[in-house]
Design a protein. Structure first.
Length: 754
């Protein structure tokens, strides 16, 4: 009996051991799951680190006719209220005490007013006070009275809070209302309205009012423009919305300019030239002459037109580049705002790259060239203001050692040496007083969180307004990227970028590398401020997940000389990847901890196109690629045509830059993310590419996100980021001891642990 009992206990022990026994392969797989989860968590925390910065984000506003400004103090000594600053006296006074603000709002709303950290505001008519929202409620505080008052629903204050634009006389306000617009008087009563319709809309420009009180408005006609289908998949009965999207070689929108007399309500059509292209109202002269910019469809010609009060149109200036471009999408999205600056007496300043760099030129009232004001082997980004003494305050990238830094300078009306106002390393933005005697300098760098300083024009600091608190970020171990320089594939051109080291970096190990690429001719992949951009944060999250990440601003990108930007004109897709490959090899030769046998490539938008391009044209370097929302050269007309020329004039260039014809070259794992509601780079471009891979018998992975546009947000953005990290963990693996570093991609078993 005892023997039987012993045998039973032994059998049970063996069964229990067998039940809990885990094979080495399974244990390794479980460990891989755990490691992936840890790396994803680190990436999530780094992606959110800008949220840990405590800062006053609401832009300050200068008051008219004085050297006073008002700003919202989020974290300073007067946190929780607005502060009125007198630049001349050097004083700062709360508009209302924080406790009084909260108490009055609690009384008015009947609930405890827990104020948000940031309180955006607009100035009341005549700059006599400020207007703000708290939840659904609207309020006003005058600077000479600390009483908080509700704003009536039908008042002019309400229209200003609804992004209304007041006339110079302060007696009218124009409001964009969807496809329509309306004009209200000082009492809030509607004077004029014009209704638009889908694809035939009324659009107010940024400076709609002339000095004499007339209103300019655009009539935008997209009825002949190609439309793409956006499918709503949220329920079983799909709904399709057709969205205007001008593709390469197809009709683009037409914009007519009308001038409204708000007294009579009469609209007058301005007889602008009937030329295909893009138009902007750039500003007004003192005599109420309107200045209009017209960019030809192919980007090769830029006209400045003057529209007199009687409606006559005259061309003041034409800048032309028959072999390349004058402007492209950079101009259309933001650059047009800095193109022309009206001067007293009718003269104007004009930005031009005629000498090979972007500089300031002055013209007389009839468009005759007078002189070039700034000179040098650097670009001037914009004229921030003309000071009361006639000198110019400009933002320029004038340090050859830091060609992407943006710093503030002053120069004479007739030119001369740039005198520094704010030249600390990093990115500076100037906000000048109405009379141009003081400015708010908002700046940060890779190593310094943002500060706002009130400066005089000699560069001296009158006072510091706000200082961002980044201690939580620094305590979490945030480290700035390493600035890098490499030679482009031509062996001559110096390229700048950033290298992000992996979490827990150990130079004795070998790390997989990810090339984070943008590559397009718009903007740069690397920003030089503290919080960076969505692209630099993506690079940082991948470094937090254990990868070495390299980002390079390649030839053809923005921010340098005319020749640098024109390097890829008409031949996008033919040199950018080679610049990355050469740069990676140069960096890897100096850094043994970069495992160039395990290199991936990732980017979004243009970067998505180039991630695919890298996998197809440089498979010896790039072993895995993840493309987010990739576009194509035959998609958006404004995105492509100014940098490629018209399709009929450059069919070979378009064909050479197409990824479709190279689908049979794919050898490594490639994953594509695309939102089905993308109206910047339609999902059809990915569908055509996947079809090409199918016909080439190549495997490709697709993550289609229903209802999401070009840039995923919120929880979908988190999902996208995690998916990118999982993909590269699966395909590139982890750090390895230097002695065992492989020369090729990791094994199949390792790549399947996700």
């Amino acid at each position: 009996m005892r023997y039987v009992s012993q045998m039973l206990r032994r059998s049970c022990s063996l069964l229990i051991a067998a039940f809990f026994w885990v094979s080495p392969a399974t244990a390794q797989r479980l460990q891989g799951y755990q490691e992936t989860a840890v790396r994803i968590d680190r990436a999530r925390s780094v992606d959110r680190w800008p949220e840990a910065i405590r800062d006053s984000l609401v832009p300050p506003r200068w008051l008219a006719g004085s050297d006073r400004l008002v700003f919202w103090d989020a974290i300073g000594a007067t946190a929780g209220t607005w502060v009125l600053v007198d630049a001349v006296q050097g004083t700062r006074t709360p508009v209302i005490e924080p406790s009084a603000l909260r108490a009055q709002l609690a009384t008015l709303t009947g609930r405890d007013a827990a104020l948000p950290m940031q309180m955006p505001f607009v100035l009341a008519p005549g700059d006599r006070g400020l207007l703000f929202r708290l939840g659904p409620d609207r309020f006003r505080i005058d600077f000479d009275d600390t009483a908080v008052r509700r704003v009536a629903d039908d008042s002019i204050d309400t229209h200003l809070l609804n992004r209304g634009m007041p006339s110079p006389q302060g007696d009218r306000v124009a409001v964009q209302q969807g496809d329509s617009f309306a004009v209200f008087d000082a009492a809030g009563q509607k004077l004029v309205t014009r209704s638009g319709e889908p694809d035939l809309t009324w659009t107010l420009p940024e400076q709609p009012w002339s000095p004499d009180g007339r209103l300019a408005v655009w009539r935008v006609d997209q009825r002949a423009v190609h439309h793409i289908p956006i499918v709503d998949y949220s329920n079983a009965t799909e709904r399709v919305t057709m969205v205007a999207y001008a593709k390469v070689g197809t009709p683009i929108a037409k914009a007519e300019l009308h001038i409204l007399d708000p007294i009579s309500g009469a609209l007058t059509l301005v007889p602008l030239p009937h030329e295909e292209g893009y138009r902007w109202l750039a500003g007004w002269r003192e005599d109420s002459t309107a200045l209009v910019l017209h960019l030809a469809r192919d980007g090769k010609r830029l006209d400045l037109l003057a529209i007199a009060q009687d409606g006559r149109v005259r061309r003041l200036l034409r800048e032309e580049r028959p072999k390349t471009k004058v402007a492209d999408l950079n101009f259309a999205t933001d650059g047009w705002r800095a193109q022309v600056v009206p001067l007293p007496g009718g003269e104007f300043l004009w930005m031009s790259e005629r000498d090979g760099w972007r500089h300031v030129q002055r013209y007389d009232k009839d468009g005759r060239f007078q002189r070039q004001i700034t000179r040098g082997a650097f670009p001037v980004l914009r004229v921030d203001r003309v000071a009361s003494d006639g000198s110019l305050i400009v933002t320029a990238s004038a340090d050859p050692a830091a060609p992407y830094d943006e710093r503030i300078y002053r120069t004479g009306r007739d030119g001369g040496t740039l005198r520094p106002i704010a030249t600390e390393p990093g990115v500076h933005t100037a906000n000048l007083s109405r009379n141009g005697l003081y400015l708010v300098d908002s700046w940060s760098s890779w190593t310094s969180a943002r500060v706002r300083e009130l400066r005089r024009l000699d560069g001296t600091i009158a006072m510091r307004l706000t200082t961002a608190d980044a201690t939580a970020v620094q305590a979490a171990g945030h480290t700035p990227p390493e600035p890098i320089t490499v030679l482009a594939a031509d062996g001559i051109t110096v390229l700048h970028g950033a290298l992000y080291r992996p979490f827990g970096f150990d130079p004795a190990l070998r790390y997989p590398v990810i090339a984070y690429i943008y590559g397009g001719p718009f903007g740069t992949v690397v920003t030089r401020n503290f919080t960076g951009s969505s692209m630099t944060r993506s690079a940082e999250t991948l470094a937090a997940a254990g990868f070495v990440v390299v980002a390079i601003d390649v030839r053809g990108s923005a921010g340098r000389s005319k020749a640098f930007g024109d390097a890829t004109y008409g031949r996008i897709g033919q040199s950018e990847v080679a610049d990355y490959v050469g740069g990676l090899r140069q960096l890897g030769a100096q850094r043994r901890w970069m495992d160039l046998g395990r290199v991936g490539i990732h980017g979004h938008s243009w970067g998505g196109y180039f991630a695919i391009r890298g996998m197809l044209t440089a498979p010896d370097m790039f072993k895995a690629g993840y493309a987010g929302a990739p576009g194509a050269l035959d998609e958006d007309a404004l995105v492509n045509e100014p940098d490629m020329g018209l399709l009929r004039d450059n069919r070979l260039g378009y064909a050479a830059g197409s990824n479709l014809a190279l689908a049979d070259r794919l050898t490594g794992p490639l994953r594509i993310m695309h939102g089905t509601a993308d109206v910047s780079a339609p999902v059809s471009s990915s569908m055509r590419l996947i079809d090409a891979f199918i016909h080439a018998n190549k495997s490709v992975e697709l993550l289609a996100i229903p209802g999401v546009g070009h840039n995923p947000e919120g929880a979908v953005s988190d999902y996208y980021r995690d998916d990118v990290v999982r993909f590269f963990i699966r395909t590139l693996g982890s750090s390895k001891a230097a002695a065992s570093a492989p020369k090729s991609t990791i094994s199949v078993d390792e790549r399947t642990t996700d």
